[in-house]
Design a protein around this ligand. Structure first.
Ligand code: SAH
Ligand code: SF4
Length: 344
């Protein structure tokens, strides 16, 4: 049976073969208000609680290790039912607002050259419950989380059914009730996924990891560009904007000496054309063994200034969680054991 964390109230009702349908809603509410066992569900009869405890467990995964960095970023390594590990990160901004950075897959098949997760290859897709549990494990321990970004391990559009289901659960009014605008899907640029999001929703925010506005450079950094070329990607984003009326974000990982010149900034401008997009510049986070270097501070500023001069809205992602390999693209778990005990 699927873990209950991956089910909606009605599905809990049928999966557990409960007599009354409101029981499904009661259990759903408990799970999403922090219960980690049936014993805590005091509005169910003792007999029912006991019966449920003997039949199933609520959570399929557990926290294996956790590290808190000096800036307050928390990274947890989660052990899945089959022994694989995934990571999830909790970020807190100056106002205290908490964002969960969730993984959609164990590993990733996309093989982007600058990304640590990319070096793992794909182990498997996560189930909706395994995605929801990352959130619950963080929230139950660290308090109310208001925002979600799918920027952990994996490519969300390669596991869209599970991601959609998890979002439906996060958005449900009897559970977390998180607004769709507080949820962001980040993709390496899978056109079919963008099209599907535009046509069928959900109406979450979209971020696309552009990394280069030059077809050849991008292909060498992100092999997926070969089958999802920039002109097609642009067409799909235009259509997305037309049908949703939404702005989107372009994530731009700045790699020292690779994509950080003024000319590169101009190519980003060219890619944007007349679309409404904001660029989020992320200076590359070192990930051991990967053959890149951080951009010079001066070049980061020149790059940002040039984009601004060209009329592009830019933000700079400040570095969080780096000391614990919990920053973007630093997530990876090798050989079924966490590397978090050895912070980078
Ligand atoms: N697969 C999705 C979401 C996960 S990656 C995607 O590619 O968008 C989340 C973000 O981290 C992406 O914007 C990616 O470009 C960025 N990233 C990957 N490796 C990085 C690194 N070493 N330093 C900084 N950002 C990185
Ligand atoms: Fe996968 Fe995203 Fe990393 Fe590329 S950047 S390897 S798509 S997780």
């Amino acid at each position: 049976m699927q873990p209950l964390t991956g089910l909606l109230p009605d599905e809990i009702y049928s999966a557990l073969d409960l007599k009354q349908s409101f029981r499904g809603k009661q259990i759903f509410k408990w799970v999403h208000s922090g219960a980690e066992s049936f014993t805590e569900m005091t509005n169910l009869s003792a007999a029912l609680r006991e019966n449920l405890s003997s039949r199933c467990v609520l959570f399929s995964s557990m926290i294996a290790t956790e590290v808190v960095s000096r800036d307050g970023t928390v990274k947890i390594t989660i052990k899945l039912e089959d022994g694989l590990f995934v990571e999830a990160v909790l970020l807190e901004d100056e106002t205290g607002r908490k964002t969960a950075c969730l993984s959609s897959q164990a590993g990733c098949a996309m093989g982007c050259k600058f990304c640590r997760t990319g070096t793992m290859g794909l182990l498997r897709n996560l189930s909706p419950g395994e995605i929801v549990e990352q959130f619950l494990l963080l929230q139950n321990k660290y308090g109310r989380i208001s925002n979600i970004v799918f920027m952990g391990m994996g490519e969300p559009f390669e596991n869209l059914a599970s991601v959609r289901k998890a979002i439906e659960i996060f958005h449900h009014q009897d559970g977390q009730n998180i607004g769709l605008r507080r949820i962001t899907i980040s993709t390496c640029g899978i056109i079919s996924g963008i099209d599907s999001l535009a046509e069928e929703g959900p109406a979450v925010r979209l971020a696309v990891s552009l990394v280069s506005g030059d077809q050849d450079t991008r292909t060498s950094l992100m092999p997926i560009t070969k089958s999802n070329p920039l002109p097609e990607l642009k067409k799909s984003l235009k259509q997305y904007q037309l049908s949703t009326g939404k702005r989107f974000t372009l994530e731009y990982v700045l790699l020292g000496g690779v994509n950080d010149t003024l000319k590169d900034a101009e190519k980003v401008r060219h890619f944007i054309g007349n679309m409404k997009a904001a660029v989020n510049v992320i200076p590359w986070n070192p990930a051991d063994t990967l053959p890149f270097k951080e951009p010079e501070e001066e070049n980061v500023n020149l790059f940002l200034d040039r984009l601004e001069e060209l009329g592009v809205t830019v933000t700079r992602r400040y570095r969080r969680g780096r000391g614990i390999n919990g920053a973007c693209g630093q997530l990876a778990v090798f050989e079924n054991s966490s590397d978090s005990s050895n912070p980078g």
